[in-house]
Ligand binder design. Structure first.
Ligand code: PMP
Length: 442
């Protein structure tokens, strides 16, 4: 145990180093600051996408190429955020450009079915074990809204079991237990990876339980994988209660050729997808058991509606088809995730060697660095992670030329070179050394 005096000394040091890091950030980025000030006049906080905000003011990026970005002040970074998993193909992949060009050549906004969409749907259905049938949306948010609506409509029930810190889009977010802008379903919350708690809650609500909705690895909460036993228990209790099991694989579908449900060999009733599958264009999809998806068959007199002007937009349909068939076939998927596993191991070895309570969690190409020790099974295990240390890592890594998410998240793109990953691992080890005085000891 650290003495009270030592702890407060460390705290004041941390505030001081963080203030200094923010000053350095500000001094080097007058153009980003100017863009932010301009934006605040017309958007609340200058922001149209909450996750991108960070102090002292958010960086504006002027352009990207491959896995490199340049901010408005001309500073260069390796982009390790990979658009929160949507940017798998980097910023300007020639094959994606060509696919977009093919769509442009057919003409945009054809006001009808186009010649890409069924091919793309075929590729997506063939790829994921849990999909017998699929429909497209414009975002992962919509995909999850539709999946939950499918469950309430098909079961005639209203309750949805979700997990603390789960993220299913801005209208179904459960960090801190929920959000005032969540859709008004009847949500009940269990702790992630807590089999007894989740099963008991499902049974308590059995008569009205429409769905159990979860990410098989929580992404936004900090790359916290579910155990196979936990997923299997949820599969069993969904069957027992007649609720639908929905896996939100908007992020995790990249973790194996058939997503994380493929790794575990556990199929949900409904699966949601998003992000990279659209080749970097706006994308979402929900699908699963054919008997459930048939409710949307417009040939049926009682068909449920599922609308969306841009659901089959040619840019996404064409880019997505190229993305998953040409650029991210099973071998490329496995190779990328193996690189991510190796990187995560290196980061953890560096922290162990330094004797610090800092760790990298995740699977394959999705990694999250946490300034905390112990096993992380749910967001409750992160309560002692000091957010100031997350900010410090973020700002210090920017200074070293690496763009990670403020929460410590990294999503590898296919364009990041091994030399860049090696340089990042070295920079991280260097950071641990440089900041060891303010980092928690193992
Ligand atoms: N589900 C998960 C697990 C996500 O991570 C996200 C986005 N980060 C969403 C849903 C929402 O997707 P979108 O941002 O495309 O609406």
């Amino acid at each position: 145990m650290m003495s009270a005096t030592a702890a407060s000394l460390q705290n004041s040091d941390l505030d001081a180093v963080l203030t200094e890091a923010k000053e350095i950030f500000t001094r080097r980025r007058p153009e980003s600051l100017a863009r932010h000030v301009e934006a605040t006049a017309v958007m609340p906080g200058g922001n149209t996408r909450s996750v991108l905000f960070h102090g002292p003011f958010p960086m504006a990026v002027a352009r990207g190429e491959g896995a490199t970005i340049w901010d408005a002040d001309g500073i260069r970074y390796t982009n390790l955020i990979g658009e929160y998993t949507a940017g798998l193909f980097g910023h300007s992949h020639p094959a994606i450009r060509a696919a977009i060009q093919r769509a442009l050549d057919t003409g945009l906004n054809l006001s009808a079915h186009n010649l890409f969409e069924a091919k793309f749907a075929r590729a997506v259905v063939d790829r994921f074990n849990a999909l017998e049938s699929v429909r497209f949306t414009n975002s992962g948010t919509e995909a999850n809204l539709m999946a939950v609506a499918t469950a309430t409509a098909s079961t005639g029930r209203k309750t949805v079991l979700v997990f603390h810190a789960g993220y299913h889009g801005g209208l179904m977010t459960f960090a801190g237990g929920g959000s005032p802008v969540n859709v008004p379903h009847r949500f009940v919350l269990a702790q992630y990876n807590d089999i007894d708690g989740a099963v008991a809650l499902a049974r308590e609500n059995a008569a009205d339980l429409a769905a159990i909705l979860l990410e098989p690895m929580q992404g936004g909460a900090g790359c916290i994988p579910a155990t196979r036993e936990f997923l299997a228990a949820l599969r069993a209790v969904a069957d027992e209660t007649g609720a639908l099991l929905i896996f939100d694989e908007v992020m995790t579908s990249r973790l194996s050729p058939s997503g994380l449900h493929g790794i575990h060999g556990i199929n949900p009733d409904l699966l949601t997808l998003g992000k990279y599958i659209g080749g970097g264009m706006s994308f979402g999809a929900f699908g699963g058991r054919a008997d459930l998806m048939e409710m949307y068959d417009p040939r049926r007199p009682d068909a449920l509606p599922h609308a969306g002007t841009f659901n089959n937009n040619t840019l996404t349909m064409s880019a997505g088809l190229t993305a998953i068939t040409e650029l991210f076939p099973p071998e490329a998927c496995s190779a990328l995730n193996a690189r991510g596993d190796a990187l995560r191991t290196r980061l953890n070895e560096a922290a162990q060697k330094a004797g610090l309570a800092v760790q990298a969690t995740g699977i394959g190409s999705m990694i999250n660095v946490h300034p905390v020790g112990g096993t992380i099974r749910s967001a409750a295990d992160l309560k002692n992670a000091d957010p100031r240390l997350r900010d410090l890592l973020f700002l210090d890594m920017l200074e070293r030329g690496f763009y990670m998410a403020r929460r410590g998240f990294v999503a590898l793109s296919l364009m990041v070179t091994q030399a860049e990953l090696d340089a990042f691992a070295d920079a991280f080890a260097d950071w641990l050394d440089a900041r060891s005085a303010v980092l928690p000891r193992a």
